[in-house]
Design a protein around this ligand. Sequence first.
Ligand code: PSU
Ligand code: MN
Length: 308
Amino acid sequence: MRHPHLSLSPAVNRALNSGAPVVALESTVITHGLPKPQNLELAREMEAQVTAHGATPATIALLDGKIRVGLTDEELVRLSEADSPLKVSHRDFATAIVKKADGGTTVAGTLHAASLAGVQVFATGGIGGVHKESAFDISTDLQALAHTPMLVVCAGAKAILDLPATLEYLETLGVPVIGYKTDEFPAFYSRESGLDVSARLDSPKAIAEFAKAHWALGFKSAVLVTNPVPESEAIPKSEMEPMIVQASAEAVKQGIHGQQLTPFLLSRISELTKGQSLKANLALLLNNAKLAAEIAVETNVKKREWAI
Ligand code: PSU
Ligand code: MN
C-alpha cells in the first residue's frame, strides 16, 4: 500500500512494482522556472532522456490537489499551461490539497513525494540554497536534502545564490556533495566556481556504490551529485557575475522576496544574457536527466547484488 495522498501513473506503478529503475523529475522548473513554450518542450525532452537511458520517468506535480507521480503527455501540457499554479515546497502541500490546486513541486517538494512513492533517484537543474539578498532566505531544499535518502543529480546550486554559504550549510547538514568527473562544485550556468566538492567520482557505478555505503551506515540524507553544464553551453563565471549582480540589485530594489525571488532572478538573467542562460539551463537539465537514468540503472544492479 502506498500513501493515500499519492497517485501513481500506471507506468511508474509498474516500474516500481517490478523493481525497474525510476527517475523522479521536478515540476517547479515547468511551472515557474522556464518560459512557455520551452517549459513543455523541456519537460518532454527530460522524460525522453530518462527513457532513452533505460529508466522510467516520474514527473511529480499536483493536479486538482492530488500528488501525482508520473504524468501523461496531456497532463504535462496542462501543467505547462496552468494559469497561476502553486510553487509547492514542504509547507505548501496541504494548501494545494485543501484548495484542490495545480502546482509544480520544488526540489524539496519533489524529494518528499518521490520518497513517499519509493523512488531513489531524482534529477533537477539546480538546487535552491542560501540567497545573497537576505541571510534568512535559505531554501527548504537544503533541509529536505538533509532528511531524505535520495540520489539527487543537479548542476550545482543556482548561481544566483551565495554558493560558499550554501556549501557550508550542506556540510553542516551532513549532505555529501559529489562532483561527477570534476573536483569543483559547478555553478549552474558555469562549470567553475572555485569551490570544492566533498568527493569526486567518475562513473554512475561508483556513485551507486557511494550511496550504498552512505546509507548502509544509517545516514538519512540525500547524496547530492553535481554534474557540470555541458561545455558547449557553459557560460564563463566572469561573464555571468555582472549579470547576477545586476539582477540581484534589481530584486532588492523592487522588494522581491520569498517564493518569487528565484523565478524573478532566473528570468531576469535570461533577459540580460539574451537567452544564453536559458540555453545553458535547458542543456544542463537534459544532461542531468541522462546521468540520473544511468545512476538509477546502476543502483538497481546494486540492489540485485545486495539481495543475493
Ligand atoms: N532549477 C532550475 N529552475 C528552477 C528551480 C531549479 O533550473 O525553477 C526551482 C527548483 O524547483 C528549486 C526552486 O527547488 O527553484 C528553489 O526555489 P527557492 O529558492 O524559492 O527555494
Ligand atoms: Mn527562498
